[in-house]
Design a protein around this ligand. Structure first.
Ligand SMILES: NC(=O)c1ccc[n+]([C@@H]2O[C@H](COP(=O)([O-])OP(=O)(O)OC[C@H]3O[C@@H](n4cnc5c(N)ncnc54)[C@H](O)[C@@H]3O)[C@@H](O)[C@H]2O)c1
Length: 254
């Protein structure tokens, strides 16, 4: 039932990657609240079904889950698999990410740079291309990629992560040029430092240093990012495309 007036997503279906993580879960709940049906994607199958069950018990939406390792070939079939399960996808939220320092050992023959590029950039690239082609047929689409403040300020010993996030900025601008005439907007959100499991690799002291650099006076929470994603997913954001939305409590200002 349509019980939301602003940023209403009733009748829309959103595919969200990294849905078992902090920002992904908050985004799934927020888009559900606004009436969207969901396809939730992550590598963590158990957490994914827990989140999906919670949402289904609270809202009336349809929620599908797909367990997928975005660094593997299976990412190439992900969008069509999602459409087979859930029908037309109107909103793509490319949110999954891997955050490690440059000297992290992958435990495989693969270098961290290669893996970071695959998960943080290539998977987004593939899903964007598949989504845009499909959305163009329906003359509506919202593509929202999650980048990072790191793409703008860098990070000491985080060159791989920051480089992979920077690549997203060129991608969204190019796709915005190509697909705006088809009713598809392509934007990204650049979170500041957000209190999710991802930043547990930082020490308490490092978190405090980050917090002290935020004019708003606190680290971000997943809901801060989910709110921006919900806006970008809505009809109301139709005149915004090719943009990066900085959600960082003022840590970086343009
Ligand atoms: N938390 C922050 O401070 C922060 C800051 C800037 C940007 N971001 C970005 O926000 C996004 C969400 O991060 P978060 O903070 O919620 O982190 P998180 O670690 O809580 O969630 C990330 C999710 O991505 C999933 N994922 C990772 N590799 C995957 C793979 N190969 N296949 C499928 N799923 C995979 C993880 O399983 C996890 O559920 C990421 O892109 C991250 O880079 C986060």
């Amino acid at each position: 039932m349509d019980n939301c007036s602003l940023f209403c997503l009733c009748g829309r279906t959103a595919l969200i990657t990294g849905a078992a993580g902090g920002i992904g879960e908050a985004t799934a709940k927020t888009l559900s609240e606004q009436g969207a049906n969901l396809v939730l994607v992550d590598i963590k199958e158990d957490k994914l079904s827990e989140i999906s069950n919670n949402i289904k018990s609270k809202y009336n939406n349809k929620v599908d889950t797909i367990c997928c390792d975005l660094s593997k070939e299976e990412v190439k079939q992900l969008f069509s698999k999602a459409e087979k399960q859930a029908g037309k996808i109107d909103i793509l939220v490319n949110n999954a990410g891997l955050f490690k320092s440059d000297d992290w050992n992958t435990g495989t023959n693969e270098s961290y740079l290669h893996l970071a590029m695959k998960i943080n950039f290539e998977a987004q690239f593939i899903l964007c291309q598949d989504a845009a082609k499909s959305m163009a047929k329906y003359k509506f689409g919202r593509i929202i990629n999650v980048a990072s403040i790191g793409a703008f300020i860098g990070g000491y010993k985080f060159a791989c992560y920051c480089a992979s996030k920077s690549a997203i900025l060129g991608l969204i601008k190019s796709l915005a040029l190509e697909y705006s005439k088809h009713g598809i907007t392509v934007n990204c959100v650049a979170p500041g430092v957000i209190d999710t499991p991802m930043i547990n690799i930082l020490t308490d002291e490092e978190k405090e240093i980050n917090r002290s650099m935020v004019p708003v006076g606190r680290l971000g929470n997943p809901q801060d990012i989910a709110n921006m994603i919900a806006f970008l997913a809505s009809n109301e954001s139709e005149y915004i495309t090719g943009q990066t939305m900085h959600v960082n409590g003022g840590m970086l200002m343009y």
